[in-house]
Design a binder for this molecule. Structure first.
Ligand code: PMP
Length: 309
């Protein structure tokens, strides 16, 4: 997809709107060189009450947590950044899309240590028209040999750009093997997540998902666990999962902001055994969760409209 097809007119930059094409940053910045940017990926949905930003408060809360982990002292409050996101949607007059707030040290520093006293921060929000990251259909997944970053090496609850160096290595490996995506194991051989999404499995009436520690605890994962429990009476099990258990599961899907619920057709294990899952059936649990999620993000379920901003 070409850049012009997804760009919007305006970006938000340190309390000002800038035309999209004027949003440049110098290449000699601390965050650019060392991966210290922090960011979020947020969805904007059309609803009967106009464009709404899904769970904006949770995203900005996580953004500020990530900034703290990266040693940043952000000059704006959570509600100010939330307002910037709302203003940007209104300014661009677009009903649906992806919003990406990010914070970086823009100082021309080559020192590794980010000095919060002296290093100025850039706070930006950009908004893209809708595009789809993964295919709408179910996807083929393998278990790559690259492992998820160990939580003793970085705070996995933070969304730091640097963590995506690991994700890039995985996607290179996975695409070389002609799979759509890779399911990462942690260094203790338990299932973690994929390079940019969380994973859920269904076994009978239970949704099983890896516990926190080696994953980014996703806002979609949290949302799906809540609605599956409250609206569908599904049991939730957050626990360590071994790859050998995959053969016992009935369904599998990825969850994340950008692609919402993506059904998995098959997972190829490390011994090349291919485990196939139920997909495409209207009454499958994955499909029922996915349609519930769609109705909720489009403001069609009254008890969840307060998740839309
Ligand atoms: N794990 C990783 C590594 C991610 O990058 C993301 C989001 N991009 C997720 C999980 C899912 O998080 P969320 O549901 O908050 O988008």
């Amino acid at each position: 997809m070409s850049q012009t097809s997804f760009k919007t007119d305006w970006v938000w930059h340190n309390w000002k709107f800038l035309p999209w094409d004027d949003a440049h940053q110098h290449h000699v910045t601390h965050s650019g060189h060392y991966g210290g940017w922090v960011f979020e990926w947020i969805r904007v949905y059309p609803t009967q009450a106009g464009a709404k930003i899904f769970r904006l408060n949770l995203h900005i809360e996580r953004l500020l947590y990530s900034a703290k982990v990266a040693g940043m002292r952000v000059p704006y409050s959570q509600s100010e950044i939330e307002q910037a996101c709302i203003d940007l949607v209104e300014k661009n007059k677009i009903q649906a899309g992806y919003m990406r707030p990010f914070i970086s040290f823009w100082a021309w520093s080559m020192w590794l240590h980010p000095d919060a006293e002296t290093m100025p921060l850039d706070v930006r929000v950009s908004f893209w028209k809708r595009w789809k990251y993964l295919s709408e259909d179910s996807i083929r997944v393998c278990i790559p040999s690259t492992r998820r970053i160990h939580p003793s090496t970085s705070d996995m609850n933070a969304k730091l750009c640097g963590h995506y160096a690991n994700s890039i290595q995985v996607s290179l490996e996975v695409h070389k093997r002609w799979f759509d995506e890779g399911l990462l194991l942690d260094t203790d051989w338990y299932i973690a997540e994929w390079p940019g999404e969380n994973i859920c499995f269904i076994q009978w009436n239970t949704l099983i998902t890896p516990s926190t520690g080696t994953i980014l605890p996703g806002i979609t994962r949290k949302t799906i666990m809540q609605i599956a429990k409250e609206e569908m009476n599904i049991n939730i099990a957050e626990r360590k999962i071994l790859p050998e258990e995959i053969t016992q599961f009935d369904e599998a899907f990825f969850v994340w902001t950008a692609a919402e619920v993506t059904p998995i057709a098959s997972i190829t294990l490390e011994n090349d055994e291919v485990v196939r899952f139920t997909t495409g059936e209207e009454q499958s649990t994955t499909n029922r969760i996915s349609s519930l999620y769609q109705r909720m993000v489009h403001g069609e379920i009254p008890q969840y409209v307060n998740w839309l901003f």
